[in-house]
Write a protein that binds this ligand. Structure first.
Ligand SMILES: NC(=O)c1ccc[n+]([C@@H]2O[C@H](COP(=O)([O-])OP(=O)(O)OC[C@H]3O[C@@H](n4cnc5c(N)ncnc54)[C@H](OP(=O)(O)O)[C@@H]3O)[C@@H](O)[C@H]2O)c1
Length: 340
């Protein structure tokens, strides 16, 4: 039986950043942890997911989701162990995925929890390759990109949580998969471990030429995770009828002035489509995604890499690092030890 602490360590949003977040934008507190009420479930956070969208929640600029209030606990997906339950749907020892945010314990009536079967895949995958990032890759690639065998799929942030899944699913559908990433180490991993056909670093001097050379037949699907200069380069190699699932614009999340936009002429010339999407509109696809991807992960045909930092106190610096490419794989915080 797990011991329950008397306080709940939390990381709260102290101030809204301008430009790159700093660790001073957060404050860490030990809040009181009272008894739970009838129908409630108390769980201990094991893993917390750190994701690029959190930069948007720190800002009060208009967006598709409400910001985190100043003084409130930072939001985030979690994998936890139920340590006390007054709810018939959960028992102490259950492993659940939820949205408890940056804190050591979460309490709710359980409607926000999904029970995880630790025998199918490591529990951390429920917020990574088999969680929100994996679903994002699946919906963006399959439903919006609609790749056909023989086509070329290009994806940016290719070594990351979303990009790594996009390229592997594209390969499984008979496509040529080309990645863009921020270092030669990441590119080597994308090709040698994940099985992409090629990967180009956008930091190399001749990036635009190298990208064109890696896509000799042009690009049919460009899965955009970053926007900016990589999107501009991708627009130059589009094929007729290309599709661009617009998933993220991480190169612009810390911008303090309007970054401007690319020249859209190639979209017209090539009768191409660009479509923004937000994964929370597509949770009806979760069962189909899990049906396809759980066996792939279990059998090692869908590979993933996790970048795990230890302790809640390390979360602010780790989140800041996402926007500098310091993470290599799905960024997670190990908040407490998993049960053995
Ligand atoms: N639409 C949705 O519903 C949805 C859902 C989930 C994620 N997303 C978006 O998907 C993208 C990837 O998310 P993720 O969770 O998979 O993150 P990730 O790729 O695991 O980590 C972020 C990566 O972005 C790259 N990056 C950072 N700054 C960059 C810049 N200025 N230019 C180019 N690349 C940069 C870095 O890799 P390099 O070292 O390779 O530069 C960094 O490691 C993000 O834009 C995120 O907002 C959207």
């Amino acid at each position: 039986m797990a011991t329950i602490a008397s306080t709940n360590r939390q990381v709260r949003l102290k101030r809204r950043p301008s430009g790159s977040p700093t660790t001073d934008d957060f404050e860490t507190v030990d809040a009181a942890l009272g008894p739970i009420g009838e129908g409630q479930v108390l769980r201990r956070t094991i893993f917390l997911s750190l994701d690029p969208y959190m930069r948007g929640r720190m800002s009060d600029a208009p967006s598709y989701a409400a910001p985190v209030a100043l003084g409130a606990v930072m939001c985030g997906h979690t994998v936890s162990e139920v340590v006390e339950s007054r709810n018939a749907g959960f028992r102490a020892g259950d492993i659940v995925a939820g949205y408890d945010g940056w804190q050591a314990y979460g309490v709710s009536n359980g409607t926000d929890l999904r029970t995880i079967d630790a025998r199918t895949a490591p529990i951390s995958t429920a917020i990574g390759v088999l969680g929100m990032p994996g679903l994002t890759a699946y919906v963006g690639l399959i439903d919006i990109g609609a790749p056909k065998s023989g086509e070329t799929v290009l994806v940016s942030a290719a070594s990351g949580a979303v990009g790594s899944v996009v390229g592997q699913l594209a390969r499984q559908r008979g496509c040529r998969a080309v990645g863009v990433a921020g270092s030669t180490d990441k590119c080597r991993y994308v090709v040698e471990e994940l099985g992409f056909d090629a990967c180009i670093s956008y930091k190399q001097d001749d990036f635009v030429t190298a990208l064109a050379a890696a896509c000799p037949g042009g690009v049919d699907v460009y899965f955009d995770n970053v926007g900016g200069a990589v999107l501009v380069a991708a627009l130059r190699v589009l094929n007729r009828g290309a599709r661009i699932p617009l998933c993220g614009l991480i190169s612009e999340y810390n911008a303090t002035s309007n970054p401007g936009g690319p020249n859209l002429r190639p979209l017209l010339v090539h009768r191409a489509m660009i479509k923004g999407f937000i994964v929370t509109d597509h949770y009806d696809r979760f069962p189909a995604f899990l049906r396809e991807c759980t066996p792939l992960v279990a059998s090692g045909r869908l590979k993933y890499r996790e970048d795990i930092v230890d302790g809640l106190d390390a979360a602010p610096a780790a989140l800041i690092g996402l926007f500098q490419g310091r993470n290599f794989g799905k960024l997670l915080v190990r908040v407490s030890a998993a049960p053995t």
